[in-house]
Design a protein around this ligand. Sequence first.
Ligand SMILES: Cc1ncc(COP(=O)(O)O)c(C=O)c1O
Length: 377
Amino acid sequence: MEFATRLSNVEESATFKYSSLAKKEGIINLTIGRTNFTTPRLITRAAVSALENGRVHYTPTRGIPELREMLAKKLKRENNIPDIGPDNILVSAGAKQIIFEAVMALIGKGDKVAMPNPSWVSYEQIVNLAEGEIIWLPLKHENDFIPDEEFLSALENSSPKLIMLNSPNNPTGAVYPEKIIREIVDIAERKDCWLLFDEIYEKIIYEGKHFSAGSIYPKTITVNGFSKEFSMTGWRLGYCACPNPDLIEKMNLIQSQTVSCATSFVQYGALAAFKEEVAEERDRMITELKERRDRFVKGMNGLFETKVNPAGAFYLFPHLGDIDDLAMADKLLSNGVGLIPGSPFGSQGKGCLRISYGAVSLDEIDVALERIKATLA
Ligand SMILES: Cc1ncc(COP(=O)(O)O)c(C=O)c1O
């Protein structure tokens, strides 16, 4: 059977693949791209009430007006993004679908997309699906995977139509400082290219501050979602904002011919997300995640070539030296620890492991550390 050529370069999500391998009795699962907290009750109640009140039909393709209105206000209040009203917002079935729609709307065969090396696995595969061409911008473990001079000059010497960035970062946990984001925006502005800025972990920060590129650059597509901050990965709800209504229109065109709209009662549930009580619950989650990070970081000291202490998300991305990370991930799995090798995130992830502490207890972290030590010995 012959399949479309656009699929010839597209691979299965490595994170989903390794996650399914780690779902076995006795394995400490450090592969998961989510937390083990539950969705705040207020949101669940609002969704149940919407279901019971007959909110079970198609919604406008862009999302219900109340939610878009609320998100526009949130982006102005919390992210200082100007010129955003409900018509500049698109709501969809997860941030991944939003990213897919943005890439599909902007990138055709051979169009260039610049992204950090390493990056979240789906960026590369979505660009491959659009038959775009990737320009890799190298990051270094010695520099905690924060963009440096080499990264900036690789960007300066390229001509992308789109730059894709993510902070706080998956897989590295790095939080990009405002100064660096301003330098990247400066280059984007001179080259007049689009910037997709993925802020899905924006609230999961332990040190430092989040800075939204959309606050200073109008050609930014600010991407966010409910999956991580509100523990809603299975609800499938994400959104983006862009001052350019034409881009939102084109993305909406793709949406109208694919998923049609995000699930109706999920959107109504999300209307409860920006309440004080929910923010308090989220802050308790972040305090617990920080405890887990600190426990891991302390236990890992001296284990790996580099010290890691990332400031955000719920990932660690230690560099183990000149080793085969794929073989090491297999070895660790057979010793009871599931995690994701660094290579699928880009060539600069070679020799690294991506560890998620989003869904494990402190006791499990201790056991995982013992097993990792024994495997490396
Ligand atoms: C950087 C990044 N962006 C986007 C997503 C997708 O999130 P969603 O569940 O909203 O599709 C993820 C999920 O792991 C992610 O890590």
